[in-house]
Design a protein around this ligand. Structure first.
Ligand code: ASP
Length: 481
C-alpha cells in the first residue's frame, strides 16, 4: 500500500482533534481534554520552538559564510528585504480594498453602531482627541442619558484583564525613542537573546555579523568552524524529522485543546461567537485565501516559471498544515526549510538565509488581517477613516507585522499600535479577540507561504533553484520546455 503523505496524516489528526473537542464539549468532558490532552499540544510547540532558535542561528551563519563574498551577500540581503516589503504592502492594499468594498462593520445594526459611536466619543473625550468628522453625539441632548449608561459600561469593558495586560506591555514599549526598534535589534548580551523567543531579530543580527566575519578570516581558521556549524545544522534537521513523525498525534492534541478552550462545555458558544463576527471573519478569510491560492501562484508564474501551481502546493503542504495547526511561523520554520530545500529544490545557501529572516519580518497574512481589523472596527463605530488615515494604516501595519513575533496571537497584540496610530481605542481588540485564534491559523499559513514564494523568487534570480517535478523525479520540470 502506498504510504500516506505526512500532510494528509496531519490533516486527519486535525480533523480528529476537532471531532474529539466537539464530542467532549457536548459530553461535558472539556476539563478532561484541557487537563490531559491539550498539554501534548503545548509540548509539540515547545519542541518545535526549541529547534527553531538554534536552527536560525546556525543556518544563517552557515548560509552567510557559504555565500562566499560580502558583495553578493549585500545584494541578496537588499533584494530579500525589498521583496519582503513589497509583498507586505501588497497584502495590506488587498486587505484595505476588500474591507472597503465589503464593509463588514457597516452590516451591524444601526442602533448598536450608534451606541458604539457614543462609547468611542466618551473614550476620545477622556483621551483628549477631537472628534473631527461631523457627528458628535455627546453634544446632542437626545443621547445624553444613553451616553451616561454607556460610560459606566465602557469602564468595565476597559478593565477587561485579558486586554489590559496586552495594552500595558505595548504602552511600555512605545514610551521610548523613535529609533528604539533599531536599538532593539542589537543585543548587548547574546545569551540573553538566545533565552527569549521574542528576540529572534537579535539572533539574526548576531548570526549575520558572525557569518560575515567568518568570511574575513583565513580559510584554515574558518573552515573548521564552518564544518562544525554544518554538522550542528544536520543534527537539528534530524530532530525536526523525528518530531514530525509524531506530528499527527501532537496536532490532534493541539486542535482538541484549542477548540475545547473556545467551546467549554457548550458548543453553541462557538457558533454564537462566529455569528456576531461572521462578516469580519469572512472578509479576512477571503483576503487570506486569495493570497494563498491566487496572488502567490500568480507571482510564481510570473517570476519562477519552473514551479507549477499544483507542484508548489504539493511541496509546501507539510509546512502549510503545520502552520495552520500551530499558528506559529517560528515553530513551523524548520519544516518550511525542509520543504523549500527538498521539495522546491531551492539551494540551501539561499533558503538558510532568506527563510529565517522571512519568518521573523515577513508576515503578509498578519498585515492583511491588521488592515481589515482596523477598518472593520472603525466602521462598526461609525467612523470613516480618511485616505490619509488609511495610508497611516499601511505604514503602521507594515511596521507592526515586522515587529510581530512569529508566535500565536502576536498579530493581535501589535494591532494595538495600528489602532492607536489612527486615534482609535486600542481596547477594541477585545471585540475581535474571540475569533482571533482561528483567523491566526489561516494568517500563519499565508505568512509561511509568502516566505516560501519570496525564497523561490530569489533562488531563481540567483540561479539556485532546481525544481524537480515530484511525479517525474528524474527530469527538471520546466514550463518553457
Ligand atoms: N501567528 C502568526 C505567525 O506566527 C503571527 C500572528 O499574526 O499572530 O506567523
Amino acid at each position: 500500500m502506498k504510504k500516506l503523505a505526512l500532510h494528509w496524516k496531519i490533516i486527519i489528526g486535525m480533523v480528529l482533534g476537532i471531532i474529539w473537542a466537539l464530542i467532549s464539549s457536548s459530553m461535558g468532558w472539556s476539563e478532561f481534554t484541557i487537563n490531559w490532552i491539550d498539554p501534548f499540544g503545548t509540548i509539540f510547540i515547545n519542541l518545535l520552538k526549541l529547534i527553531a532558535v538554534p536552527l536560525v542561528l546556525f543556518s544563517i551563519i552557515g548560509g552567510v559564510a557559504n555565500i562566499g563574498d560580502p558583495s553578493s551577500l549585500g545584494r541578496m540581503g537588499g533584494k530579500t528585504l525589498g521583496i519582503y516589503l513589497l509583498t507586505t504592502v501588497s497584502a495590506i492594499a488587498l486587505g484595505l480594498l476588500l474591507v472597503n468594498v465589503i464593509s463588514p462593520g457597516k452590516l451591524i445594526d444601526e442602533e448598536s453602531r450608534v451606541d458604539n459611536r457614543i462609547s468611542y466619543e466618551i473614550w476620545a473625550d477622556a483621551e483628549g482627541y477631537e472628534i473631527k468628522d461631523g457627528i458628535n453625539y455627546l453634544k446632542d441632548p437626545k443621547f445624553f442619558k444613553r451616553a451616561q449608561e454607556i460610560s459606566e459600561l465602557s469602564k468595565n469593558e476597559l478593565q477587561n484583564a485579558a486586554v489590559a495586560d496586552k495594552m500595558k506591555a505595548v504602552k511600555s514599549k512605545k514610551e521610548t525613542s523613535p529609533l528604539q526598534p533599531l536599538v532593539d535589534i542589537v543585543p548587548s548580551n547574546f545569551f540573553y537573546s538566545l533565552s527569549n523567543n521574542g528576540l529572534m531579530l537579535q539572533i539574526i543580527f548576531f548570526a549575520v555579523f558572525f557569518g560575515v566575519c567568518l568570511l574575513f578570516i583565513s580559510k584554515d581558521k574558518s573552515q573548521p568552524v564552518l564544518n562544525l556549524v554544518d554538522g550542528i545544522n544536520e543534527v537539528f534537521l534530524k530532530m525536526v524529522d523525528l518530531v514530525m513523525q509524531a506530528a499527527p498525534f501532537f496536532v490532534f492534541a493541539l486542535l482538541a485543546g484549542v477548540v475545547s478552550k473556545m467551546a467549554g462545555n457548550d458548543i453553541g458558544k462557538v457558533v454564537e461567537i462566529f455569528k456576531g463576527l461572521s462578516w469580519y471573519s469572512l472578509t479576512v478569510l477571503i483576503g487570506l485565501l486569495l493570497m494563498i491560492f491566487v496572488i502567490y501562484p500568480l507571482v510564481l508564474k510570473m517570476f519562477v516559471r519552473k514551479i507549477p501551481y499544483s507542484g508548489f502546493f504539493k511541496s509546501m503542504s507539510p509546512a502549510q498544515t503545520l502552520a495552520f495547526s500551530t499558528s506559529s511561523s517560528a515553530a513551523t520554520l524548520p519544516v518550511t526549510m525542509e520543504c523549500v530545500e527538498q521539495n522546491l529544490g531551492v539551494n540551501k545557501k539561499i533558503s538558510s538565509f532568506v527563510l529565517p529572516i522571512g519568518a521573523t519580518v515577513n508576515m503578509d497574512g498578519t498585515s492583511l488581517y491588521q488592515a481589515v481589523a482596523v477598518i472593520f472596527l472603525a466602521q462598526m463605530h461609525m467612523i470613516d477613516l480618511t485616505i490619509g488615515q488609511q495610508v497611516t494604516v499601511v505604514l503602521t501595519a507594515t511596521l507592526a507585522s515586522i515587529g510581530s513575533a512569529a508566535v500565536p496571537s502576536a498579530g493581535l497584540v501589535m494591532l494595538i499600535i495600528v489602532l492607536s496610530s489612527v486615534g482609535l481605542n486600542p481596547a477594541w481588540i477585545a471585540i475581535i479577540f474571540p475569533v482571533d485564534r482561528i483567523l491566526d491559523m489561516f494568517r500563519t499559513v499565508v505568512n509561511v507561504t509568502g516566505d516560501a514564494t519570496v525564497c523561490s523568487i530569489i533562488a531563481d534570480g540567483e540561479n539556485m533553484l532546481d525544481y524537480i517535478d515530484p511525479e517525474n523525479p528524474t527530469e527538471t520540470f520546466d514550463l518553457d520546455s
